[in-house]
Write a protein of this length. Sequence first.
Length: 533
Amino acid sequence: MRRVRSLATTAVLLTVVAGVGQAAADAPQLGLPTGTQQQVEADRPIPVPSTPSCTEILMTHDFANSYGSPFNGTYAPPAGCPGPWSKVVLTLTSTVAGVQFDRDVYVAIGRAVVLDGSTSEPCCTGNPITWTVQRDVTDIIPLLTASQPVQVELDNVNNATYTGVYHTVVSLTFYETDANTPEGAHPDVVLPVSSTGGGGPMLTVSRDGQRVGAPVTFPSDLSRLSAEIYADAHGPCEEFWWADPGDCAGTPYREIGIFIDGRLAGAAPAYPVTYTGASGPGLWEPIPSPRAWDLRPYDVDLTPFVGLLTDGQPHQVTLGVFDTSFQGGDFWALAANLLGWTADRGGRTKGALLSATGATAPTDAITDPTTQGVPYLDTASHTLTFVGETFAGGQRVTTTVKESMGESDRQAVLVDYGDWTWDQSTTTATDAQTTVVATHAVYGIVSDLLTSYDLTDNGSSTITVDGKQTGWTSFDESMSTADATGIVFNGAEQETYGYADSAGACYDHRLASQAGEITVDQLDGMCPGPPGS
């Protein structure tokens, strides 16, 4: 993706620098001990309005021996700033010292997962480290108008060897509206597909072909539906699925599928996440790998199926993972939030799924030579098209969703050595009458698992009405890390993150570190160009 420098570079830089301190909700203060090392990332802070705000603490908790014992609490709407709200931001801040592994962390409000991530891993110095991750959760405003259960899962072990305790605070910051700042856009209903048990909000699959989910009853006047799907892999093989067949049997491709009443309704390719303990934490200190703290959900448009869902009966919504090759101890954690919009004029929405085409699973082409050192080659592809129509309030809407996903991989595997190159792209286009929303994403990883990683995470979206483009967004992130051995702070890291949109936003952040210390922290003003540039 081509980067272009803003013509008003100085002005843009001044704007961005001035906004860095104001752009995100303030992190809760933990009273950090002396010598605490701040973990950082280059991602763009969440932009927030200048309207008054208030912050509600959802949890202050220490996670020690916490396997199977998540924190359970209750959220209540803030009395100090009742809705409507222009934006709501979730903040998690955590501090840990001593020796510990990287751990999973999940936050759910009203059974809707709002954060899926992992923790930073403390290293051998014994000094405390701290980090903050934020998410824009304006989408779940329909749940935040009433009291809701809160569940935070951070499975940890604390003993004579693994001494680290995660001191963690989770909060919500609510931004009010004013004459120039309207209520934030959000769906009319949020329907979670998650665990209702006491062990945490995520559902798990641990065998090939397994699906997990829940029955869901939809509003009778539903007009539009999408899913945000959370998914992360764990275990000796599936955690490094993108490195197959170097570590385990299988293919280096994973895709998350969502099913309605047993029928595949959409899919999304998984990002090759590398957690903060991968190949030793020295590779990821003090900058985590992309998405490690925030495993962003995958968005799937389910609107073509709306006409089948408004009969007032429960419909089974399930999740699964394609191309898995589970071994002992492997599992995927899954959950989804179904976001629904209802018809303005009320009354029951009627309609039909007109067509559904495409294979029920990805197609893989593999060249797997037996000669050691000869590259293993793999390509995967999956194309899906769904067409549906709805009738509500005297209006007929036809929606077409097209998904095209794929991956190519080249691997050379030697004794005690692996060298992987992997890249993947996906394109989704949704056409509702004359409005077309197109998104495109490219993921990449080049890795020698022993000493280095190169990671990319790029994406863009465009909106076209009656053939004329009316808006776009574009971001690109790249990271390289190398030279770490064992678990000491001796790695070298570089990360850049750029964002731009048709409204004039420009953000470009560059970080570098050596041996655990930040050496470059710079805003450059080199923004990504429009999609296709």
